[in-house]
Write a protein that binds this ligand. Sequence first.
Ligand SMILES: Nc1ncnc2c1ncn2[C@@H]1O[C@H](COP(=O)(O)OP(=O)(O)OP(=O)(O)O)[C@@H](O)[C@H]1O
Length: 362
Amino acid sequence: MRLRRLRIERLRLIDSAELDFGPGLHWLVGPNGSGKSSALEAVSLLASGRSFRGGSPDGCIQRGAESLTVFAEVERPGSGPGRVGLTRVLRGGFEARVDGQRADVLSELFQAFPAVVFPADTGELISGPGELRRRFLDWGLFHVEQDFYPAWRRYARALRQRNLLLRQRGSASVEQAWLEELAREGELIHGYRERYLSSLDARLSEVASWLLPGLGRPRLRHRPGWPADRGSFHEALLRQQDTDRRMGFTGIGPHRAGWSLGFESLPQRELFSRGQAKLASLLMLLVQVADFSAQRGEPPVLGLDDALAELDPDNQARLVHYLRQHQVQALLATADHSVLERHVDEASDVFHVEQGRLHRQL
Ligand SMILES: Nc1ncnc2c1ncn2[C@@H]1O[C@H](COP(=O)(O)OP(=O)(O)OP(=O)(O)O)[C@@H](O)[C@H]1O
């Protein structure tokens, strides 16, 4: 997908902004607190209904305002120009529009606007909580495997219902019925994730040879969320049933799954420096982008908040070079003007951000 235009209204410090984008790299530069991350939040809200910084989307609404609106014009391979929009009403909900029609469910919007925004503490993807790594997988699957999301929703519903019964010590036969549903959908999700991770794994070495060439062969491992070497998820749930009943919740399953990345010379994430964790996270992101491009014909839009901080100049150059070579349309926020001197070329756009106002450098 290509982002052509982004309009932002009443998002934190940004009262109103309209930005036009060509292909390639777009730098958002300005002092701390000027609104760079807020502009990236607009992209994140359209892509996922949440801010990449966490917290309630209500926090993004400008103080004193009742709602925020984000609108984008895009170009999608195969289907031409498109328009997407999202309004968040304070303590209300979302209203989404896709190509002029009101979206019944938010997932219609997310499907029409494939974009990823990575926070400044990017290394968290590798060294932070497992939830981030599951969300990373599920974002990719949502966009490349159309049957994944319905299965994920059925799994989430079965998990909710079963946990409710376990907590309330409800009917054992009804709980058993939810266990059966959970086992069925959980196996499906596990299968999708296994296949997705092996597809990422197949692309890993090539991208690592660009971005992290000195660490040896990379290795991706999937932890399914139950001891899969001892049998199916159904068998594991049955073995675990008494414990779950005692604890009052489902202790195993794809909702507890994870993955990890290691290298020949750095087998565990605990050995990574902060910069290496950041590079390893960016590596996974670029692998995901490469996979997405192969399946969908074009990369998603990337937002990178302060991605170059903590990277040495060689690694910064490698990242920028990769994005250019692979024609990724990216919005890169930085407070560091020297980054521009080093990495901006005539094909890049620069937006200066100051107190919530964004101006393109002519
Ligand atoms: N709900 C809100 N309404 C109005 N202003 C807000 C709101 N939430 C945060 N702000 C202000 O908006 C600005 C947020 O800026 P943002 O985080 O986008 O800055 P930034 O340019 O990315 O900064 P940094 O370089 O420090 O990451 C801050 O000045 C903050 O005080």
